[in-house]
Design a protein around this ligand. Structure first.
Ligand code: TNX
Length: 515
């Protein structure tokens, strides 16, 4: 009898259950939410996950959902083809309207079950992330919890404001391992981030294997590289492929960055022939910027760049390749233009769309090149002019979206050159109306860059990213008219127990009513 009473109650649709989670208690907040308090659904040991019979991809999403819900519920949650109109959790491809696009979805909760419908699998994946947040926080536990697994009743119609929602990880200043990168991918996917920009190279380290220049990784990324000489390591091509496919399973596109012509000391110190004077400078482990440059007048520079871009493009199924271009203070303006005019076509030759930090618009005539705005002003003539010429922009203003900035003067990690960024600062701005002349139509989306000069471990990454990454994710996904700090901070407080249960070392901002 004891064992029976301790076991989770069987699902009985006639039993009225309650939940303290509202249907809109989700980050990013959904576009439209219509609660129905009489329609809560309760998962039980007999719940089936029923997936679109025509699609292996949707079945895989069903299996991911089952894997996510099994540990805490202890339920078997078999994944079966959806036929007829049974209850349980259903993931269906359906025409839900062009306005919902490839990532939008409808989620309907009735007493009989949860049905997610979308035009494309990406929308079903997004819907399953919403569903996970609608279950009690105990769902994040990795051991069975004796809970009533209730999903609040009603309907959600949801789709993103911007198609590009990104997080950047700097693995050059300190290398972060394959497992750490995957763990970060798991977290960002929950908030409907759909791009992971990996900053692969910088003055302090080269973190990706290049077969035609093998010492870039083994020497330029070897032991003793990284800030303070702590943080050596590099990704093999297989590691990188592993990341690309792990991210793809979570509907995240990897955007690799090879930063040039500045931020290149690790390459210059590894291969003497890349230097104008033929002499390799010593490796650097400090955090100064702006002192290194590839040699603009040497042909071997372009052979090197061609080799590297070719190998990276081959490894990268996504459409974008980021070539940095920031802080090239040791490259005279005329040389910078010469360099970009040769290098942008190399990226295009290998079938990729070039992306660069906002300085790149000075160097390239190709308006296909996407500029990533990292300035700290809301007036910026150069970027406004570039938009007028036809460039698209990704917004990551350093004083709002740089999640390597300290929260306040007491933050033990991070930098502060762009100011302190508390959670509310990260949330209270509008990517579609932030810089004069850079309107909604010019903005592809947002990114939260995480530079890692001061970050060594996954705990460090988590502490800086959460909760601010959730703020940037909401700016990228949710309609502007849902923007509301009080609502956001309350919804954020409900992420706290989830992060705790997952062992995510987040920052307990005093601005958030954690409870
Ligand atoms: C500026 S932003 C940089 C990086 C640093 C970062 C630190 C940008 C395009 N370049 O090299 O890591 O500041 O916050």
């Amino acid at each position: 009898a004891l064992a029976v009473s301790a076991a989770p109650a069987a699902a009985d649709p006639s039993v009225t259950t309650t939940t303290d989670i509202g249907l809109g208690d989700v980050i990013p907040v959904p576009a439209e939410v219509t609660p129905d308090p009489d329609a809560d659904y309760r998962l039980g040991p007999g719940t089936l996950i029923r997936t679109e019979p025509r699609s292996d991809e949707v079945r895989a999403i069903g299996h991911q959902l089952a894997d996510a819900l099994r540990p805490a519920t202890g339920y078997p949650l078999p994944v079966v083809p959806a036929r007829g109109n049974g209850g349980g959790i259903s993931l269906l491809l359906d025409d839900v309207g062009d306005e919902l696009g490839p990532e939008g979805y409808r989620l309907d909760v009735t007493k009989r079950g949860v049905t997610i419908r979308a035009n494309e699998p990406a929308g079903l994946f997004a819907g399953t992330q919403t569903l996970r947040q609608l279950l009690p926080a105990a769902i994040e536990s990795d051991t069975p919890q004796h809970k009533t697994w209730t999903v609040p009743g009603g309907g959600i119609v949801d789709h993103p404001r911007f198609s590009y929602r990104s997080a950047m990880l700097d693995i050059a200043r300190h290398f972060h391992t394959l497992d750490e990168i995957k763990s970060y991918i798991d977290e960002i996917a929950r908030y409907k981030i759909n791009h992971l920009h990996i900053h692969l190279t910088d003055d302090q380290g080269w973190r990706i294997e290049i077969e035609s220049w093998p010492e870039l990784a083994t020497v330029g990324g070897g032991p003793g590289t990284g800030v303070d000489g702590v943080g050596g390591g590099y990704l093999t091509k297989d590691d990188y492929r592993d990341i690309v496919s792990y991210a793809a399973e979570r509907y995240i596109t990897v955007v690799p960055e090879i930063d040039m012509p500045g931020h290149t000391n690790s390459a210059l110190s590894t291969y003497a022939e890349l230097n104008c004077d033929g002499i390799a400078p010593p490796p650097r482990t400090d955090i100064e910027v702006g002192y290194s440059s590839l040699c603009i007048d040497k042909e071997i520079t372009y052979e090197f760049v061609d080799d590297v871009i070719r190998e990276i493009a081959e490894l990268t199924p996504g459409p974008y390749l980021h070539i940095g271009g920031d802080e090239a203070w040791s490259t005279p303006p005329e040389d910078y233009r010469t360099f970009m005019q040769r290098v942008v076509p190399i990226v295009e030759k290998y079938g990729k769309r070039p992306l660069g930090w906002n300085e790149i618009v000075r160097g390239t005539p190709s308006t296909d090149t996407i500029a990533q705005y990292w300035g700290t002003t809301t007036e910026h003539e150069e970027i406004a002019d570039a938009v007028a010429r036809g460039h698209k922009v990704i917004m990551s203003p350093a004083d709002k979206a740089y999640i390597d900035m300290k929260y306040d003067e007491n933050t033990p990690l991070g930098l502060s050159w762009a100011g302190y960024i508390e959670v509310r600062d990260a949330y209270d701005w509008d990517p579609g109306d932030h810089v004069s002349g850079v309107g909604e139509d010019a903005v592809l989306g947002v990114e939260a860059p995480l530079w890692s000069e001061t970050l060594r471990t996954l705990d460090h990454i988590e502490y800086m990213a959460f909760p601010r990454l959730a703020a940037i994710a909401e700016l990228g996904w949710s309609p502007r008219d849902t923007h509301d700090w009080t609502s956001f901070s309350e919804r954020l407080s409900k992420q706290g127990p989830r992060w705790e249960a997952r062992g995510v070392d987040f920052y307990r901002s005093p601005q958030v009513p954690w409870g």
